[in-house]
Design a protein around this ligand. Structure first.
Ligand code: FAD
Length: 395
C-alpha cells in the first residue's frame, strides 16, 4: 500500500454532513493561527477560573469535534456513527491533572465502567487509561527513581497496583483489551514495570493488556525487543501499542534543566526510522504479540499495511489494530476500515471543564507551521470542493 491510498476524502468524510464539515472547516481555520490558540487557551483558563460561562463556545467549537460527550451515555451517537463505517471506539476518560485520592477513585470507577461498557460490545474493542489518572505523579516519580518509600507511600502504591490489576481483570473477564498509555520518562519505569506484570498475568491465552512504546525515545525499540524476549521466554503474549510520543518539548526541557542527556531521538527522521522498525518487529513476531498502531502518519500506516501483506497477515487479523484520535486523520481511519483493516478511534470524553487541557493540546497540534495549511484543514477543503463539484455536475 502507498500513502496515496488515504487520499479518498469521500470515504474519509462520508460520516459527516455538509453542515458538520463546514463547522469542522471553520474550527480548523480558527485554530490554524498560533496566536489565536495561545490567546484562546489563556482566555479559557481565565474564564474557567473566574467562573465565566464559556462552555457554549467551547462546546460548539473544539469539544464537539474532538470529544464524544461529557459521559459514556453521551458518546452513544459517536459510537454508532463510527461503527456504521466499520470503525471501533475506544472510550477515553480524558480528565487530567488531578492529585487527590477522591479524584483518583472517581477516575478508577469511571475506567471500570468503560471496561464494562466495552464488554460484549463489538463496537468497542478496547478500554484505555493513563496510570497518572489514578495515581499521584510524585509517587510514580519516586517509584520510578527506585527511591525508598515511606510506609504510607508503599501502601498508596499498593492501592495503585490493585486498581490497575482490577481494570485489567475487568477487561479480561469482559473479553476486551486494555491499553495502558505511555507518559513522561520520569514516571514511565513504574508504569512499564506494573504493565509487564499485568501482561504476564492476563496475556496467557490471548492478549488482554497492551503496554505503549514511544518511539521518539531512542531506547524504546530495544525495550520492545527486550519485552518480546521476556514474553517468549516467560510463555506469555505481549501487547504493544506503538506511538511516536506526545511529550517531546517537556522531555527536552527537563533534561536540559536537570543536566541529563535527552531521552528523545536527535531528530524526526530517527523517530520515524525506529517507529517503522518497531512495526517490522511486530509484523515478524505476531505469534508472540498483538499490536495497536497509534499514529496519524500516512507513511507509517501504509508501511504496516504493506508489512502485513508481505507476511501473509490477513487485513482483519485480530492481532493488528490501527488507531487514531477522534476528529483527526479520518482519511486514515475510514480508508483503512473500508479496505477491511481493524481500526478503532480514541473517543475522549468527560465533563467539559475538565477536558480543557486535552482540547488545548489538540488545538496546539493543529496550528499551522509557517502559514502552511494544516493537514486536517487541507483534507476538509478538498472534500468540500469535491462535494461542491458533484453538486454542480448533478445540477
Ligand atoms: C491512538 C493514539 C494513541 C496515542 N497514545 C499515546 C500515548 O499513550 N502516549 C504518548 O506519548 N502519545 C500517544 N499518542 C500521541 C502520539 O505519541 C503522537 O504525539 C501523535 O500521534 C503524533 O505522531 P504521529 O505518529 O501521528 O505522526 P507525525 O506527525 O508523523 O509525528 C509527529 C511526532 O513525531 C515526533 N517528532 C516530531 N519532531 C521530532 C523531532 N524533531 N525529533 C524527534 N521526534 C520528533 C513527536 O513524537 C511528534 O509527536 C497517541 C496517538 C494516537 C493516534
Amino acid at each position: 500500500m502507498q500513502p496515496e491510498a488515504f487520499d479518498d476524502t469521500e470515504i474519509a468524510f462520508r460520516h459527516k454532513s455538509d453542515r458538520e464539515l463546514a463547522k469542522a472547516y471553520w474550527m480548523f481555520k480558527l485554530i490554524a493561527w498560533p496566536w489565536m490558540v495561545r490567546l484562546g487557551s489563556r482566555l479559557v483558563d481565565l474564564a474557567l477560573m473566574l467562573r465565566i460561562p464559556v462552555h457554549w463556545a467551547l462546546r460548539w467549537n473544539v469539544f464537539e469535534h474532538f470529544c464524544g460527550g461529557e459521559s459514556i451515555e453521551a458518546c452513544a451517537p459517536t459510537i454508532k456513527a463510527l461503527d456504521q463505517h466499520g470503525v471501533g471506539t475506544i472510550l477515553d476518560f480524558s480528565v487530567e491533572g488531578k492529585e487527590s485520592d477522591a479524584d483518583f477513585e472517581r477516575s478508577f470507577q469511571e475506567i471500570l465502567q468503560t471496561a464494562d461498557t466495552a464488554a460484549g460490545d463489538e463496537r468497542i474493542p478496547f478500554c484505555v487509561f493513563k496510570v497518572s489518572g489514578i495515581a499521584r505523579h510524585d509517587l510514580l516519580t519516586k517509584v520510578s527513581d527506585g527511591a525508598e518509600l515511606s510506609k504510607a507511600e508503599a501502601a498508596e502504591f499498593e492501592t495503585v497496583v490493585e486498581r490497575i490489576d482490577a481494570i485489567c481483570k475487568r477487561a479480561a473477564d469482559g473479553g476486551t483489551y486494555a491499553l495502558i498509555d505511555a507518559e513522561e520518562t520520569w514516571i514511565q519505569p513504574a508504569i512499564d514495570d506494573v504493565t509487564l506484570k499485568m501482561c504476564r498475568t492476563y496475556n496467557q491465552e490471548r492478549v488482554v493488556v497492551f503496554n505503549t512504546y514511544q518511539l521518539y525515545r531512542h531506547d524504546r525499540l530495544q525495550a520492545l525487543r527486550d519485552d518480546l524476549a521476556q514474553a517468549r521466554e516467560g510463555g506469555f503474549q505481549l501487547g504493544a501499542k506503538l506511538v511516536r510520543g506526545a511529550y517531546m518539548e517537556k522531555e527536552r526541557e527537563r533534561a536540559e534543566e536537570k543536566g541529563y542527556p535527552s531521552p528523545i531521538q536527535p531528530d524526526k527522521a530517527a523517530t520515524d526510522r525506529d517507529f517503522d522498525a518497531a512495526l517490522a518487529v511486530c509484523a515478524e513476531n505476531l505469534e508472540h504479540l498483538a499490536v495497536c498502531v497509534g499514529t496519524h502518519n500516512e507513511t507509517s500506516s501504509a508501511t504496516m499495511a504493506r508489512l502485513m501483506a508481505e507476511h501473509g497477515i490477513e487485513k482483519s487479523d485480530p492481532r493488528v489494530y490501527f488507531s487514531q484520535l477522534l476528529g483527526m486523520s479520518d482519511h486514515i481511519s475510514f480508508n483503512l476500515a473500508a479496505l477491511g483493516y481493524n481500526v478503532a478511534k480514541y473517543v475522549p470524553y468527560g465533563p467539559l471543564r475538565e477536558v480543557v487541557p486535552y482540547l488545548i493540546r489538540r488545538a496546539e497540534e493543529n496550528t499551522s507551521v509557517a502559514g502552511q495549511t494544516g493537514r486536517e484543514l487541507q483534507l476538509i477543503q478538498d472534500e468540500r470542493a469535491r462535494r461542491a463539484k458533484q453538486l454542480q455536475l448533478a445540477g
